[in-house]
Ligand binder design. Structure first.
Ligand code: GRG
Length: 297
């Protein structure tokens, strides 16, 4: 199967899995469900659950079970975007070409929709009886890694460093990398790790996959910085230049555009090299790394 077909197949699995969790509910608190559903179905690329599925597939895990973990990770990702767009954070009106959650539903509902998505992730992860092949112990191990990745040592920690660095002229490349490894990298890393845990991968394979995930995670962020100054607002689904407007230090402001491009390329090549031990079986993941490099949104 070629890369695009495989990607579409995984993505369809994710969207079907999301449809089972997010549907129209008629209850007094329907507004929060509507806001959660709006954001989780607003056209995300699904790269995190697709990564979990691709790793699980490569290593022979049960994909229905990996999908459940992947949907939970996508809930956490969506919550982070809703909160990141709020006026007290990045104050963005558009995401993926559509009004942000708070623009559509109001600030209080958007805040609660983010909370609802974060909580929903753990409701899904702790529904041990819903997993066909994975033991409660294995699911709990994945859930614990996801908790750490989403928490203050991971995504929230990165967001704090990001907010506190805004407007500062002294942000070094080391601090920038520390921030991105947590803010964006942690959730990408744990998506790959979840696939490996579900498959019962040994230490050597897991180590190689983590090196791959860390490489693509940082390359993804460098590319994000590049797109914020060279991208097309219509394709990106949000205005470009927001980093400069918010006085953010980025790989482009630190290294210049050409060096940032070289860095993203090197990180991607190193990530691909980390998968050598899987030979041909890693074809999709290698292509996925190149897809992330070439993405326009
Ligand atoms: C508010 C706790 C909290 C955390 C926010 C991840 C994050 C931390 C904020 C997101 C801000 C942002 C736009 C970061 C750049 C990289 C990134 C995560 C882009 C969005 O991810 P994609 O491209 O999104 O996978 P889609 O739209 O495809 O789902």
């Amino acid at each position: 199967m070629n890369f695009q077909k495989q990607f579409d197949r995984y993505r369809k699995m994710v969207n079907d899995g999301i449809d089972k969790v997010f549907y129209k509910r008629e209850c007094l608190q329907k507004s929060v469900y509507d806001a959660m559903t709006y954001s989780v179905k607003a056209g995300g690329k699904r790269i995190r659950p697709v990564l979990a599925l691709a790793v699980g597939d490569m290593l022979g895990a049960d994909l229905e079970d990996v999908l459940k973990i992947g949907v939970a990770i996508e809930c956490i990702h969506t919550y982070s975007l809703i909160h990141d767009d709020l006026p007290c954070m990045d104050n963005d009106d558009l995401r993926r070409g559509m009004p942000t959650c708070h623009k559509k539903f109001g600030e209080a509902t958007a805040l609660l929709a983010g909370d609802g998505l974060l909580t929903m992730a753990f409701e899904l992860l702790t529904d041990f009886s819903a997993f066909k092949t994975l033991s409660a112990e294995t699911v709990l191990k994945a859930a614990q890694e996801i908790t750490k990745a989403a928490g203050c040592a991971g995504m929230i920690g990165g967001q704090v460093v990001d907010l506190e660095s805004e407007g500062s002229q002294d942000v070094t490349e080391e601090t920038l990398t520390y921030m991105h490894n947590r803010k964006t990298g942690a959730l990408i890393r744990v998506s790959v790790l979840a696939g490996a845990i579900a498959a019962g991968a040994d230490e050597k394979k897991t180590g190689a996959l983590i090196r791959f995930a860390d490489g693509i995670g940082l390359a993804f962020q460098v590319q994000d910085d590049i797109l914020d100054c060279t991208g097309n607002a219509d394709v990106l689904g949000k205005p470009i230049g927001s980093d400069a407007e918010n006085e953010k230090t980025t790989y482009v402001t630190l290294l210049g555009l050409d060096n940032a491009r070289t860095k993203a390329e090197e990180l991607t090549q190193n990530a691909i090299a980390a998968l050598e031990c899987f030979d041909e079986k890693a074809k999709f993941l290698k292509e996925f790394a190149k897809y992330l490099m070439g993405r326009k949104n």
